[in-house]
Write a protein that binds this ligand. Structure first.
Ligand code: SF4
Length: 433
């Protein structure tokens, strides 16, 4: 087994990544729903070999941290819990809504199996950037058609035929695709994906789809066309066919007790569960509504205005380097941010390392392993210069409360960094007047 120490490769169960709080192992995107027995297995596995917390990532994957970074078989028992985890190194995300309906499911499964076979046996396995991501979406409104991806296959089905649109990622922005065309043939769609990956690989071993110039796009055997926009579902929504409910996961973290309790609920009500993008769970089954009270009592969220699912946080005081209680800090921050739309990105970190999030957030609160100071960083990451820092945390919360109240006076501007900076400047001016 190889332990990876770089962020160039997606961590997996067979190739975990070393982080500040032990090794991180991420499950490959699931190709089947989690049933009660699997949830019970995962609860035991995360407790026994990891830190006891299963994380639901922004892309809808499951991961666990805190594994000892030894080059041995630590992860093998976890591999046995779920089939399909030791396959191709290319993660292919599958939109569960399509898999729950017979017609798109057959096409999506043909694409999924065919792509894995093609990728596993070709030059691509070793010559395309390790973090290349593929998505097979069904336009089901669960966030797969807007997931940042190098290649997206968008499957829709009508009365007699299916339609597979092939797109290549233009940027990291959600759903920003260059649509190449459509076909009704899964084989032709797989040929198109392979041709696009060859073209990307030809640009260099670390090049992603967004680095492929238009003039290097291959000619594909596709009809012109691009998919129509689809409505999106939010936390708290209920899907009618099949019956399913959407729940938010606080900070994307489920401790092993909660995972086991989810298994109990699924067993009792004959439900299944999918982790889906934006740290949500899709609870599927005829009795999905009967689980509401039990899921709320586990702390899951069905209020779409609640920002807690979107706050990134690390282990904090559970890690030797953590200078603050990240859980309590995140809950207090979430209570403040309910005044704003839930799209404001936030990160709570125990120290200047970036274990929980490696891209800037609009709001970052960070502790340090050398002192008790709390740092507030605007539009940056832990370790970046702080807008405010101090050992008196009450002062920090007074300041943050005033800032958020000021920003909330123009909620449409709440994702605009310049608006935050202007509000901060106004508060400073008033304090010095
Ligand atoms: S305190 Fe958090 S960011 Fe720092 S090393 Fe530990 S887990 Fe990583």
């Amino acid at each position: 087994m190889t332990i990876d120490r770089r962020r160039l490769i997606c961590p997996s169960l067979t190739r975990p990544m070393s982080t500040g709080d032990g090794c991180l192992a991420r499950l490959a995107p699931l190709d089947r729903a989690l049933e009660a027995s699997t949830l019970h297995h995962l609860a035991v596995a995360s407790d026994t070999w990891g830190n006891g917390v299963l994380e639901v990532t922004r892309r809808g994957n499951l991961q666990c941290r805190g594994f000892p970074c030894r080059e041995d078989d630590t992860f093998r028992p976890v591999l046995g819990v779920l089939p399909g985890q030791a396959g191709s190194r290319f993660p292919i995300s599958l939109d569960p809504i399509g898999l729950l309906m017979p017609q798109p499911a057959a096409v999506m499964r043909a694409l999924y199996v065919g792509l894995h076979d093609r990728l596993r046996t070709s030059w691509l396995e070793t010559h395309v950037a390790p973090k290349i991501s593929l998505v097979i979406s069904a336009g089901g409104g669960l966030g797969y058609d807007t997931l940042a991806a190098d290649i997206q296959l968008h499957v829709t089905t009508g009365a007699n035929a299916c339609c597979i649109h092939v797109g290549i990622g233009r940027s990291l922005a959600p759903g920003d695709m260059r649509w190449q065309g459509m076909t009704s043939s899964p084989e032709r769609a797989i040929d198109a994906v392979a041709a696009l990956l060859w073209a990307i690989g030809d640009q260099g071993p670390l090049v992603r789809a967004r680095g492929l110039p238009d003039e290097a796009l291959p000619t594909l055997d596709l009809q012109p066309g691009h998919p129509a926009p689809t409505p999106t579902y939010a936390i708290g929504d209920t899907l009618a066919e099949p019956l399913a409910r959407l729940w938010g996961v606080p900070c994307g973290r489920l401790d092993s007790t909660t995972v086991a309790a989810l298994g109990d609920i699924c067993a009792r009500l004959d439900l299944t569960l999918w982790p889906i993008p934006e740290r949500r769970l899709l609870i599927v089954g005829e009795r999905a509504r009967d689980a509401d009270q039990a899921l709320r009592s586990l702390g899951l969220i069905d209020d779409p205005r609640q920002p807690l699912p979107y706050i990134d946080l690390c282990a904090g005081r559970d890690c030797p380097r953590g200078g603050i209680d990240t859980h309590a800090t995140a809950r207090r921050l979430a209570a403040l941010l309910t005044a704003l739309p839930p799209t404001v990105s936030a990160h709570v970190s125990g120290c200047p390392k970036r274990c929980a999030r490696d891209v800037p957030a609009l709001i970052t609160l960070s502790g340090d392993d050398r002192d008790d100071r709390l740092r507030f960083i605007l539009n940056g990451q832990p370790g970046d210069p702080a807008l405010w820092e101090g050992a008196n945390h009450d002062d920090a919360w007074t300041m943050l409360t005033a800032l958020v109240e000021r920003v909330a006076q123009c909620p449409d501007e709440s994702a605009n960094v310049e608006h935050w900076q202007a509000c901060w400047q106004a508060l400073c001016d008033e304090a010095h007047a």
